[in-house]
Design a binder for this molecule. Sequence first.
Ligand SMILES: Nc1ncnc2c1ncn2[C@@H]1O[C@H](COP(=O)(O)OP(=O)(O)OP(=O)(O)O)[C@@H](O)[C@H]1O
Ligand SMILES: [Mg+2]
Length: 394
Amino acid sequence: MTCFPSLFGRKLDSATQRSAELDDELSGIHNVTFYTYKELRIATDDFSPTNKIGEGGFGSVYKGKLKRGQMAAIKVLSSESRQGVKEFSTEIQVISEIVHENLVKLYGCCVEGNHRILVYNYLENSSLEKTLLARGHNNIQFSWRTRTKICIGVARGLAYLHEEVRPHIVHRDIKASNILLDKDLTPKISDFGLAKLIPPNMTHVSTRVAGTIGYLAPEYAIRGQLTRKADIYSFGVLLIEIVCGRCNTNTRLPIEEQFLLERTWELYERRELVGLVDTELNGNFDAEQACRFLKIGLLCTQDSPKLRPSMSTVVKMLTGEIDIDDNSITKPGLISDFMDLKVRSNTPKAKPESIPTSYNYASSGSYNLDATSSTSAGSSQATMTFTSAYARSM
Ligand SMILES: Nc1ncnc2c1ncn2[C@@H]1O[C@H](COP(=O)(O)OP(=O)(O)OP(=O)(O)O)[C@@H](O)[C@H]1O
Ligand SMILES: [Mg+2]
């Protein structure tokens, strides 16, 4: 169990303004620090725009300095989002119980009136999306060695959630913006707000689909049945992104190059995988290892969840302890194969309240993904939750 020093703020016992809605869920959590709204206002200079470091589907993130000088990332959940309240309590429950080198650390939270705020360890090097995929915002050099360390670190963090924590945890939103980097570029998986706990005697959880297009496993997107294999699919997409240094979807590229996973499969079939490796590396990489990583990405994204390896096996494959049998790789599962997904490329980042919570499966068989947004790389995606008509009808 995590123990948070009391210097960060007030403990649960002294918190007096918790909302009735969250009372039951939070009353059992003893190892989380509860901050007052005033403390966090001071820490962020009244949530000054200059301290804002990001905005996601559920609210804005600010850099702040806590009382004793610790830096923190302070995530203010949008009060309009009722769904955010649920994610809020889930996130607290999940992260307060677990500690791992590759998982972000929660310092505490604030629940006062309508305010729902999470306080995390501040990670100096932001997210993989901002630093590796959306180039030009920083001077970080992602050498091949650094990339292998990041891939293996994320795999270890996920293996821990999947296989060591009881009950097992499915993250549900593994993607580049949820991989944060500390000063040494050690990766930390963040955003457990969408996490689902899988009871020991169940093979999957039926749930409304939540996640990010481009990283969503087809069987989860279509049937809403959630297993750890959905995370493994997302990890496979992320792994390929890290090796290639580009987003899974980039509508600014020629049509045949827009969808990275499709492209990876094509080049795998042509035995030209090495041509996908990020040109920013200027050829300074281990070609055998890079192709192995891409093949592992393909294995993780196999259409049949059963064909995807467990995360502990993925770790061993990445580190070279287990060989990959090329014959076991078949075409990855692509959502585009069974629905005509229309991903808009130039929609501005959606405000939390404007993210639709339900999508209609149009007669043309396509989802309109209004929450999809763009960055300089042309393809950043926001988390979204939707119920597919397909899922509802089953
Ligand atoms: N602990 C942290 N340290 C440093 N930066 C952080 C931290 N947490 C979040 N950020 C920054 O804030 C950004 C927004 O995070 P947030 O989780 O709200 O949204 P997101 O991951 O971009 O999108 P989504 O809501 O779809 O998950 C991150 O991409 C990251 O750059
Ligand atoms: Mg996030």
